[in-house]
Design a protein around this ligand. Structure first.
Ligand code: AMP
Length: 224
């Protein structure tokens, strides 16, 4: 069984959705740098103000900031990273920290999707800050829904989920994050899964890779 995992892929490839499902299945929490940064923005901290400008323009946040944010939160010996690392420098820093602690990263799961799917998902994406539910309007969420189908807290749109910003986020992905594919391939830790299928199919495939039995929880996999 693989217990130290990172989910890698372009924006809206399903990293957040799968991290949420896996976290419920595995019982340990997700380290999502995007969610941590959005929480800083919400709290209006100095880091949040700095991050908001970069995120809303579709840029990555500097490596030192995210690496410090993650390493400060590493406890236990099981990890599920969502959206981290996003550069080779971050991956090297993570490898160093985990190897020093004698618990190297087991696997990087690369979710592959087309640009057309990404744009469709981003323009229809809604999120819940409270329970980390991620939905698509017209898909698993009704077009006019205002409350999270799982916890009833308000559904929100992300400030960076616009047509304009996504173009730059995709450029950042191609230039800075895509090199992680060969990085993990070289050390035999990469598995690529097509993220185009339904969330349940992708989840089942990931469970196979992690050598765990999928468990379908009505509330988490098929929100009404
Ligand atoms: P996400 O929620 O993973 O899509 O992240 C939203 C935004 O937060 C990204 O577009 C980046 O601006 C920033 N961000 C999240 N994770 C990282 C990371 N590991 N390195 C740099 N920037 C990040």
């Amino acid at each position: 069984m693989k217990t130290r995992v990172t989910l890698l892929g372009p924006p809206a490839s399903g990293k957040g959705t799968q991290a949420d499902l896996l976290s419920r299945r595995l019982g340990y929490s997700i380290l999502s740098t995007g969610s941590l940064l959005r929480a800083e923005i919400e709290k209006q901290t100095d880091l949040g103000r700095q991050a908001a400008e970069l995120i809303n323009a579709g840029n990555l946040v500097p490596d030192e900031i995210v690496v410090a944010m993650v390493t400060g939160r590493l406890t236990g010996d099981k990890f599920l990273f969502d959206g981290f690392p996003r550069t080779v420098a971050q991956a090297e820093a993570l490898d160093l920290v985990l190897e020093e602690r004698g618990m190297p990263l087991d696997i990087a799961i690369h979710l592959e999707v087309t640009e057309e799917t990404i744009r469709h998902r981003i323009l229809n994406r809604v999120i819940c800050d409270n329970c980390h539910f991620v939905g698509t309007r017209g898909g698993n969420v009704a077009q006019d829904a205002t409350a999270c189908p799982r916890c009833q807290e308000p559904l929100k749109r992300r400030a960076d989920d616009t047509d304009e910003v996504i173009t730059h986020r995709l450029e950042e992905y191609r230039e800075k994050t895509a090199p992680l594919v060969p990085y993990y391939q070289q050390t035999d830790r990469l598995v690529t899964i097509t993220g185009r299928e339904s969330r349940e199919e992708v989840y089942e495939r990931i469970c196979q890779v992690l050598e765990i039995e999928p468990q379908f929880n009505e509330a988490s996999t098929t929100p009404s």
